[in-house]
Design a binder for this molecule. Structure first.
Ligand SMILES: [Zn+2]
Ligand SMILES: [Zn+2]
Length: 493
């Protein structure tokens, strides 16, 4: 496809026909060109003085039921590139480029694009799941809200295969499906994603999430046979916060210099320990180490020779700083922390999933209202993009070094670094677009008919997320006018 100005097209048109070729009365008069637009398509007509039409031409092929293929392709590309109609419509206005109408866009999206992407994902998911069917799978799980905290309308819950990094399932939950309570969406999403995988016969043996309490309860109650690991990074960050708080008290200030070492030791412990007893023993060791005691009655430090900077750091004094050491022991050996040890022993991380969740932003812009089906397929598009582009090779600098890219996740506050890969080719979009076109070509009823809400559409629960229908606009306007003019909206007489 190409961008053509109407004048250029007309110049070209005049090279084909210059005089009237209507054969009724061998007219032969010179023709002029008339043009018009239908959606994004340009029509050119060769007309003479007597009103004979020698030829008409359209800039786009026409699909069944007179739908212009350019309109269809444009609607498809707006969605698959993660754009919004309003933005592209604005682009058209600024460029004086004809666009399909808003109505056509939403009809095409609803009737053809949404169901095609759903089907495409179903096929893709089946293939991905078939490829791991005979293995025991460790899944990484995390939820992403469309906006922070209590005002979120949607939550996306994703389960990723920890080995291949493929998205295995992705579920979106609407606030209306959890009684209007945003914080419950993540648990509901987890439930749906898990039952999707298990129903499809995937042999999940371990689930890795952050320490979300709702999800912990589902794992205990519904999936007691599966192991549940926590993202170590979250646990380490929690510990770091507690240590920093303790060290900020003047009498425990000696701890400040050790906070980082203690957190590192926590990482080491998670990586090394294979059972609860060993974990506690290893972790406890740091209480000796920070006093300069590297061999004690029941154990010893695992580090080799200490570096100069380590040696020159002032050790805590077992007697003078005994309060600090006691408080530190309270944190490290706190029953709540120790009750979680089983979640740390496999030493897992959900960082890869966070990077994917950042990527969803490309398909679902914030501050833009999507209907539940459109929100769903936009998340699915992100998952397809991720899965199809996993195998790309890593980009290297001229000197052969790998280039890295960093990614910040707001929810966890974590920076993740990953290698920059070769450009994406989006080759799957060809198939996807073809399937959408086929869906249209096979449609004998056209798209002007209204669409029923899907059975599971949350709008069946409540029309808006406020849980009740909004007041009519006219009423709101009247109230606002009266508020500013100072006259009461409802007078008593
Ligand atoms: Zn004529
Ligand atoms: Zn030591």
């Amino acid at each position: 496809m190409a961008l053509c100005s109407v004048e250029q097209v007309k110049q070209l048109a005049l090279t084909s026909i210059t005089t009237c070729i209507a054969d009724s009365d061998k007219c032969g008069k010179p023709v002029t060109l008339e043009h018009s637009f239908v959606g994004s398509a340009l029509y050119v007509k060769w007309v003479c003085d007597s009103g004979h039409v020698s030829n008409t031409w359209c800039s786009q092929p026409i699909l069944n039921r007179r739908l212009h293929s350019g309109d269809f392709r444009l609607a498809m590309a707006i969605v698959t590139s993660g754009n919004n109609f309003g933005k592209i419509e604005m682009l058209g206005k600024h460029l004086n480029l004809k666009m399909l109408s808003r109505t056509s866009f939403f009809q095409i999206q609803g009737h053809y694009i949404v169901p095609t992407i759903d089907d495409f994902w179903k096929d893709h998911q089946t293939r991905v799941l078939d490829s791991i069917r005979n293995k025991e799978i460790v899944v990484l799980g995390d939820g992403r809200n469309d906006s922070p905290g209590y005002c979120a309308q949607y939550c996306t819950y994703t389960l990723m295969d920890s080995e291949t990094k493929k998205i295995l399932t992705i579920k979106t939950v609407d606030k209306r499906e959890t009684d209007g309570k945003s914080p419950r969406m993540e648990t509901e999403g987890f439930r749906r994603a898990m039952s999707d995988l298990l129903q499809k016969g995937i042999n999940v043996k371990e689930v890795v999430t952050d320490a979300h309490t709702g999800i912990g309860a589902v794992m205990k109650g519904t999936y007691p046979a599966l192991s549940h690991s926590h993202d170590i990074w979250h646990a380490a960050k929690n510990l770091s916060k507690k240590l920093t708080k303790l060290g900020s008290l003047r009498k425990h200030a000696a701890l400040q210099k050790w906070t980082k070492d203690i957190v590192n030791h926590f990482w080491f412990t998670c990586r090394t320990a294979t059972d609860h007893r060993q974990f506690v023993e290893l972790l406890r060791g740091v209480l000796h180490h920070i006093t300069g005691d590297h061999e004690w009655a029941l154990g010893c430090c695992q580090h080799g020779e200490l570096s100069d900077s380590d040696r020159n750091k002032p050790w805590l004094d077992a007697r003078e700083d005994s309060d600090t050491i006691k408080e530190l022991a309270n944190i490290l050996l706190h029953p709540r922390l120790l009750s979680k040890v089983k979640h740390y022993l496999n030493f897992r991380s959900t960082a890869d999933l966070e990077v994917f969740h950042q990527h969803i932003l490309m398909y679902c812009a914030k501050r833009y209202a999507y209907t539940p089906p459109v929100y769903r397929i936009r998340n699915v598009l992100a998952a397809l993009d991720h899965n199809f582009h996993l195998g790309r090779s890593v980009k290297t600098k001229p000197d052969g070094q790998i280039q890295y890219h960093r990614c910040f996740n707001k929810k966890s506050g974590r920076w993740t670094v990953f290698p920059v890969k070769e450009e994406k080719d989006y080759s799957y979009l060809k198939d996807l677009t073809l399937q959408a076109l086929l869906k249209r070509m096979q449609d004998r009823r056209g798209m002007k008919r209204s669409r029923d809400l899907e059975d599971a559409d949350p709008r069946r629960i409540a029309r808006t997320i406020m849980g009740q229908a909004p007041p009519p606009t006219a009423q709101l306007a009247a109230e606002q006018v009266s508020r500013f003019s100072g006259t009461p909206a409802f007078s008593s007489n």
